[in-house]
Design a protein. Structure first.
Lengths: 363, 132
């Protein structure tokens, strides 16, 4: 039995194609995946991502426990700050990538992936031990909507008295939107300006309908997980279960920046060693030179020898070429070098490029 | 349920390919239902001319942004012609699945294989049973 977000029926009425994603029945596309992609790059799109998990840490040791769990130093976070972090096991393998929201020294919210939510929660509880902190999984009480795109602020501003200019990138505030209390952060998974909204399930339809109605004239359309995936891939953002899992470490993926060796945390020993000795494999981005689309698990070759595997691959609607990411031997992770992707019986040429593929031009 | 364009003169498979049989020659494509299910077709890997395909055997590959789908041949035969236009304009499969979106042509077709396929009426019933 698939889990459903409070907006499940709304999506179906809009004609969305529903798929199983991490045990949830989610909209993958409403009308046209490529149009939904372009809408976010040019105007605005709204995503129901209520399948994602929220775990609250409250109490005297909230800071201390999170500092032990995630590899990134959170001591410099101000109240109202959002930080992208990684949760590792003792081997340095990535259990999840997540965002940490700091309310104050004794209250944090950790936003985790849908498929990993239960496992993350168990891991956190298991390491709670003597820490004086309450760890509460509120995932099933919270609706999460991502409003993304250059027109996102203009649309959301019509529903609140707060000046949204006050919410800077990777910051959040607790404000009223259409008279509903919510957490609003300027962040997202698309590479565009935009907001992530967290509020109680009972307001899901009200808020969704309101934003849809208000946003219509600014080009807002509902967007499914399909366009979410092409948008994030263009930005070189990781998708858990594809680009990262417990077989990869932060240094092997793009998360080296999220490892702070100046503090103690789970997995530090292995990661310290990797920092000093280097890794055997490394995530790279690539563009196809020959025709063909690379897909997860396709093999990567160089001079007839297998050097790695694709973790994500897609046509890029913005760049109009086929792009992908994958792990190769570290010695082969050279920008501008040519590799081959095995696509069925063919070996299609591709070129390693630096990530991200796409960066928005600030206006 | 959506109103799909199902053409009368063609025969269909359960995998949603269509075939137009003309004596020992045939033209193959995917149905309107298939193109809708695939969503935007962004890549077609055409079969090689001269390839021998078996009825219901894998003939080529159609990819959307998100998915990779095999196309199974509705009838056996030898590939004589492929729709090269699909290499630069794979969206023809979405826009005109029975016309400009044809995929390949066969010779050496045995008309008796028709008995393993659905005509338009049966195929309409078949997809009505799938959608709900």
């Amino acid at each position: 039995m698939l889990l459903k977000t409070p907006l499940n029926e709304v999506h179906k009425k809009l004609g969305a194609r529903m798929v199983d994603f991490g045990g949830w029945e989610m909209p993958v596309v409403y009308t046209n995946q490529i149009e939904e992609h372009h809408a976010v790059r040019k105007f605005a799109g709204i995503f129901d991502v209520s399948h994602m998990g929220e775990i609250m840490f409250t109490g005297k040791d909230a800071f201390n426990l999170i500092q032990k769990l995630v590899s990134r130093d959170i001591s410099a976070m101000d109240n109202g700050k959002v930080m992208l972090c990684v949760l590792c096991n003792e081997q340095g393998g990535i259990i999840d990538d997540l965002t940490v929201y700091k309310f104050n020294e004794e209250k944090y919210m950790l936003v985790v992936n849908a498929g990993t939510q239960e496992n993350d929660y168990q891991w956190m509880i298991q390491h709670k031990q003597n820490f004086d902190v309450e760890v509460k999984n509120v995932s099933f009480e919270i609706t999460k909507l991502d409003l993304q795109g250059p027109n996102a602020q203009k649309i959301l501003q019509k529903l609140t008295k707060e000046d949204l200019n006050e919410i800077k990138r990777y910051r959040f505030k607790e404000i009223l939107i259409d008279n509903v209390e919510m957490i609003v952060s300027r962040s997202g998974y698309t590479g565009e300006d935009g907001f992530e909204l967290y509020f109680l399930n009972q307001y899901a339809e009200q808020i969704w309908n309101k934003i849809m109605e208000i946003g219509k004239n600014d080009g807002l359309i509902p967007c499914g997980l399909g366009s979410r995936d092409t948008l994030r891939t263009e930005c070189g953002m990781m998708l858990y279960g594809h680009d990262i899992d417990t077989n990869m470490t932060p240094f092997e993926s793009v998360y080296g920046f999220a490892v702070s060796l100046n503090k103690n945390f789970i997995g530090k020993e292995v990661l310290e060693k990797q920092k000093n000795e280097g890794t055997k494999k490394k995530l790279v981005g690539f563009e196809m030179i020959d025709r063909g689309i690379a897909r997860q698990h396709y093999s990567i070759f160089k001079n007839g020898e297998k050097i790695g595997e694709v973790t994500s691959g897609t046509p890029s609607p913005t760049l109009n070429k086929n792009i992908g990411m994958g792990y190769v031997r570290t010695e082969d992770a050279i920008v501008d070098s040519t590799i081959e992707i095995q696509i069925r019986d063919n070996f299609a040429k591709a070129k390693i490029v630096s990530l991200p593929f796409y960066v928005r031009t600030k206006n | 349920m959506k109103n799909y364009n199902i053409q009368d003169a063609l025969f269909y498979t359960k995998e949603h390919e269509w075939v137009k049989i003309d004596g020992s020659h045939a033209t193959v494509g995917v149905s309107d239902y298939a193109q809708d299910l695939l969503t935007d077709v962004v890549f077609v890997e055409l079969p090689n001319v001269g390839k021998e395909v078996k009825q219901f055997g894998q003939a080529c590959v159609v990819e959307s942004v998100k998915s990779v789908s095999d196309v199974y041949s509705p009838v056996s035969g030898k590939v004589t012609e492929i729709n090269k236009d699909l290499e630069s304009a794979p969206e023809l499969i979405n826009n005109d699945p029975y016309g400009k979106g044809w995929i390949y042509k066969l010779e050496g077709v045995n008309e008796s294989e028709k008995s393993n396929l659905m005509d338009a009426t049966k195929y309409k019933e078949f997809i009505a049973g799938l959608a709900h």
